[in-house]
Design a protein around this ligand. Sequence first.
Ligand code: SF4
Length: 360
Amino acid sequence: MKKLIDKLEKEKRLSFDEWKSIIVEFRKEKDKALPLFDNDSILSYASEKARKIRLENFGNKIYIRGLIEFTNYCKNDCYYCGLRKSNKDIERYRLDENIILKCCEKGYQLGFKTFVLQGGEDLYFNDDRMESIIKNIKKNFPDCALTLSVGEKSFETYEKWKNAGADRYLLRHETADKKHYSTLHPESMSFDNRMECLKNLKKLGYQTGCGIMVGSPFQTVECIVEDLMFMEKFQPEMVGIGPFLPQHSTPFCDKKGGSLEETLLLLSLVRIMLPKALLPSTTALGTVKEGGRELGILCGANVVMPNLSPLEFRENYLLYDNKICTGDEAAESLKSLEKNMKNIGYEIVKERGDSPFFKK
Ligand code: SF4
């Protein structure tokens, strides 16, 4: 397996069968329940290489993104998500433009240079409302980058928001396997449209992020291989990889959560394949295991996304169960992140942290 990981480092791609054999072998090792970073393990080898590659490309810097979860309304019904429209067991909220700007202000004072506006597909935030929010954030914080994560929209909408000043867009593809996609989403949602959206975002010059949930229901080894091969072809600037975590009010409430180890392995493999990618160590990783976010960093991730949303709304943004929601104010949470990252040899930096491919 080590030879295949070396090959990945050199050629930045593997064949279907090669990818598959790494994951199959890794699962066999995992079944032996060896310590996470056992010297001889695939994870240990891959993560060491990922750390080295990360160091060459980004030093020991960790970029921070201020996450603003501005609406938990959604018109969609993805089977895995706590924000799905059929979930009646949730108090819905929207933040208005003023509150969003206040969140940015608070973040800016703490040194954040990227804001991420994340929400469900909420029709209230139509093209014009979003355009106004984007323009005002960019006007008030011209040295900051703005990332949007609000789902599937038309080419024209993405274009309008890009022209208004949005810099980046996160749209997890969830799975590159069409059949798998149809097991995670109702018929009203289309795999082809999601892929089309990702292509459009790239075409429009957004720094674009795709991504998956590791261990999502019905995900096979082949699905994961297809995801990796899709990423190799798509060359995203950002990749979000976190474990699937069930949410109690969804059709997948009794499904098993994704594996921490496999998430870490995939982070490392993606780092090796895409050395310049921005890879967040997700909150979901920190939810599966205390210190999970630090492990993500040790496996090649270089971004963390502390929450800037007002405290009173955070517990209603429940994508999955037991989401870390410490009740810490952004300032406290940043301080403890800085400390934790320092303890493992990394430094939180207060920069925009654009993709190295990005040209202003
Ligand atoms: S995953 Fe996104 S689109 Fe699907 S229900 Fe949740 S918020 Fe809506």
